[in-house]
Ligand binder design. Structure first.
Ligand SMILES: Nc1ncnc2c1ncn2[C@@H]1O[C@H](COP(=O)(O)OP(=O)(O)O)[C@@H](O)[C@H]1O
Ligand SMILES: [Mg+2]
Length: 317
């Protein structure tokens, strides 16, 4: 028996979001914002919080500073029942932070990566690999140390009988410098969105990207926004599943991370790839019914009710 179903390894930061800003920012001037929100940021943390809310025993591996933002990160994870016992605290850097300036639908963001960029395989407590069934990795382009050690981590997990999933997420440099040919064979479940997989494989079209990854993947689920998702399996399965369309989207922040949560929740329970895909689509849809990445995932009961009321789906968690 493993202590954890899922361990998420990834970036941790706070988000400081400013709304209702009167004018465009200009260097050398000061302006007012009407609203402010300080909250746990990070795509990998949204995944961890939501997979935990669905019922997977979850822990997080990430690096933070010894400061009040670090305390906020830890208490936010704990409030979602995500274990913080493997979180690494460093004296050398302040906890990562993103400052977001919202202008209606548009947003300007500045991120201080801090410790997330320097964490490597050697910082991770090796006993993590003995204590979990599954490891989820995400946001590799925000984490140079982790990206460099990706194959090492994936190989070590495989040796320990631990399954893995990877969502590369966006590359802010837009270089897409990533050796997918070497890495993908070690990944049990690869979960990019359609733009990311196309750019990552330096393809012109999604079809071209699919042809390139097909010989390399084990299970691959490609997220396609409000269209749904496409599942590819090593055995030749190629299955498009339409979304549980939400026509009254509050926002789509974290929809992809929530898809990952649904998919991996089913996966660690032994669900078939198609069952995992259905749950991914449903959790992505549920995500869009509330503000932010974790707003809809208050409790198992709330998720069950949302599935029934909004999408006429009966689920048990
Ligand atoms: N408007 C919507 N209605 C229903 N489901 C949606 C909607 N938007 C997204 N989803 C679901 O969420 C999943 C992930 O969203 P997507 O935007 O593709 O991911 P990412 O955030 O990684 O780009 C989709 O595959 C889909 O199943
Ligand atoms: Mg995403």
């Amino acid at each position: 028996m493993k202590k954890f179903d899922v361990v998420a390894i990834g970036e941790l930061n706070v988000d400081l979001i400013l709304n209702g800003i009167e004018n465009e920012v200009e260097v050398g001037k000061e302006i007012f914002a009407k609203e402010m929100l300080l909250t746990l940021g990070s795509s990998t943390a949204i995944f961890a919080a939501n997979v935990s809310s669905l019922g997977s025993n979850t822990a997080f591996v990430g690096m933070i500073g010894k400061d009040s933002f670090g305390e906020l990160v830890k208490s936010s994870l704990l409030s979602k029942a995500v274990s913080t016992e493997f979180i690494i605290e460093t004296e050398k850097f302040a906890t990562g932070a993103t400052v977001g300036l919202n202008y209606g639908e548009d947003r300007a963001m500045v991120t201080y990566q801090g410790p997330m960029d320097v964490m490597t395989f050697n910082d991770i407590d090796p006993s993590v690999f003995d204590q979990t069934k599954h490891i989820h990795l995400s946001s590799v382009f925000f984490q140079a140390g982790l990206k460099k050690d990706l194959v090492k981590i994936l190989k070590f997990a495989a040796e320990k009988g631990v399954t893995t999933s990877l969502d590369v997420q966006w590359d802010p440099s837009e270089q897409w410098d990533f050796d997918y040919k070497e890495i993908l064979p070690y990944v049990t479940v690869f979960i990019p969105n359609e733009t990311e997989i196309t750019l990552l494989t330096h393809s012109q079209t999604l079809e071209e990207a699919i042809e390139k990854v097909k010989p390399l993947i084990n299970i691959c689920a490609i997220k396609q926004g409000n269209k749904g998702s496409l599942l590819l399996v090593k055995d030749g399965t190629n299955h498009f599943l339409e979304s549980f369309l939400n026509t009254q989207v509050v926002d789509a922040i974290g929809a992809g991370d929530s898809f990952n949560s649904g998919f991996i929740y089913q996966f660690v329970k032994g669900g078939s790839p198609k069952e995992c895909q259905r749950f991914g689509n449903l959790m992505g849809a549920i995500n869009t019914t509330s503000a932010g990445g974790t707003g809809a995932f208050v409790s198992k009961a709330v998720v069950v009710q949302l599935a029934k009321d909004k999408f006429s789906q009966t689920i048990t968690l």
